[in-house]
Design a protein around this ligand. Structure first.
Ligand code: LLP
Length: 449
């Protein structure tokens, strides 16, 4: 039993994270509950910063907020000196409201909306990432409306690299809904038109090939493809890009048995940095300022989900179903991507005694609502607390209210202290937006007036 992250058993035999007793936390705050080990999270952010400071000092780490974003997280990013990558007006708004400086925000999206343009044009932005030619046409019309000067632009290129990860989280192949294709000179044309307009501050290029990438090779090929494009663009136009964003995507282990199978942050930083220097030197290209946009590799291991076991259903000769009080609503990744997880009993040390095979399932009305199809663990009983590990990324941010289940709250743990940063939803939150018969009548009157 390795246990991902900063976990240990205390003298009561209960599992702790960052010095906090999880069984007590479950009793006090209720379950399901998203838990973030703040010490681990900050440590990982520092690891990214120091690795890049060492191998490529002229660089910026922009955390990808889609992985997990709350106001408290934005404040930590500020304190740790990271930028933030956002992908919607909602993420941008949350960051702004939490006091995050908009000049450190990147704004992505393959279908940006008017409301999103408005908020960015009013509040300013660190880098706006152009994703299509249609978007450029729109920007050419709207650019004069910007209240914060010329829009600083990145252009997202689809470099045609296959990262060999799950199809749903592959983004950099030629066939992709994201970015400007290199084929038929589309990317080239869009950038040239932007330059000629004189309306923007052209900062550089962006790419992102996919997520949960397990080896360095696809990242290196991406650097090659991007430098090749930069060099060709320079040859054709004389223009030199000052910045290059290579996206996120570094994979992480979800299971004990996957330990050591993924490049470390240090190895990733070194490989990308060395390759970029080497390619630029060969081509006589000035070294660009480097951006990276990690999400999962910053937050996943720091996060886990605490559940309480309800029904334990034994089907003789078949299997034993252990049902917890959450499921695909707080963790849709198993049903979406076949993602695999591991769990630990929290309220008692498992010891070396008997082991049983279980299927850990959720409480949603859907047979596919399975968190762990099969796991061998010490006997589990109703009322036990169960921790599913490595749920920091793309769980909270992808949670739903299917079956009208309230979404769990989020607690940050640091140095033995628990801090609730998002309160759990309650049933009232679920009906808050429903229009009551009284309101409906008013609405109807207004509509027919
Ligand atoms: N930058 C861009 C432009 C992205 O689209 C993404 C992720 C990232 C950075 C961060 O990638 P990361 O370092 O987290 O791999 N819901 C899926 C993952 C979707 C990833 C979307 N883009 C999952 O649960 O696996």
């Amino acid at each position: 039993m390795i246990m991902l992250g900063n976990k240990s058993y205390n003298e009561r035999g209960c599992l702790t994270i960052a010095g906090c007793d999880l069984a007590t936390l479950g009793q006090e705050l209720g379950t399901p509950l998203y838990i973030i080990d703040e010490d681990w999270l900050r440590q990982t952010m520092r690891e990214y910063r120091s690795a890049f400071a060492r191998f490529y000092p002229d660089s910026t780490i922009a955390y990808a907020g889609k992985a997990f974003l709350t106001s408290a997280l934005c404040r930590i990013l500020l304190e740790e000196g990271l930028w933030l990558d956002t992908v919607s007006g909602g993420e941008f708004y949350l960051a702004m409201q939490s006091g995050f400086s908009t000049s450190r925000i990147l704004f992505h999206g393959n279908n940006k909306q008017e409301q999103e343009i408005d908020i960015v044009f009013n509040e300013g932005i660190g880098r706006w990432v152009v994703d299509s030619e249609q978007e450029l046409d729109m920007l050419l019309n709207e650019a004069p409306r910007s209240r914060k000067g010329k829009l600083p632009l990145f252009f997202r290129i689809t470099p045609g690299i296959d990262p060999h990860t799950h199809e749903f989280i592959t983004t950099g192949r030629v066939d992709s809904k994201f970015g400007l294709p290199l084929v038929e000179g589309i990317a080239h044309r869009v950038i040239e038109r932007s330059l000629q307009s004189g309306l923007f501050e052209i900062k550089g290029l962006h790419c992102h090939i996919g997520s949960q990438v397990a080896s360095l090779d696809p990242f290196l090929k991406t650097v090659d493809a991007m430098v090749e494009f930069m060099v060709a663009f320079r040859q054709a136009t004389g223009y030199i890009f000052a910045e290059l964003d290579v996206g996120g995507g570094l994979g992480v282990p979800y299971l004990d048995e996957e330990e050591g199978r993924f490049p470390t942050i240090e190895e990733y930083a070194q490989a990308v940095s060395v390759r970029l220097r080497e390619r630029c030197r060969k081509a006589g290209y000035p070294l660009p300022h480097l951006f990276v946009e990690p999400g999962r590799s910053i937050v996943n291991i720091a996060g886990s989900t605490l559940y309480r076991v309800g029904t334990v259903k034994r089907i003789p000769g078949v299997k034993t179903y252990v049902a917890v009080d959450g499921g695909m609503t707080d963790n849709p990744r198993p049903i979406l991507y076949g993602a695999r997880y591991q769990a630990q009993i929290v309220n008692r040390f498992p010891g070396d005694g008997a082991r049983e095979s279980f299927s850990i399932v959720g409480k949603c009305c859907e047979s596919g609502d399975v968190i762990i199809p099969e796991t061998v663990m010490a006997p589990i009983e109703p009322g036990d607390y169960l921790l599913v590990e490595g749920t920091g990324a793309y769980n909270y941010s992808m949670a739903s209210n299917y079956n009208y289940l309230p979404r769990p709250g989020v607690v940050f743990l640091s140095g033995g202290v628990a801090r609730l940063v998002v309160r759990p939803e309650n049933w009232y939150d679920l009906i808050r937006r429903d229009i009551t018969p009284e309101e409906l009548q008013v609405g109807e009157q207004t509509a027919t007036e």
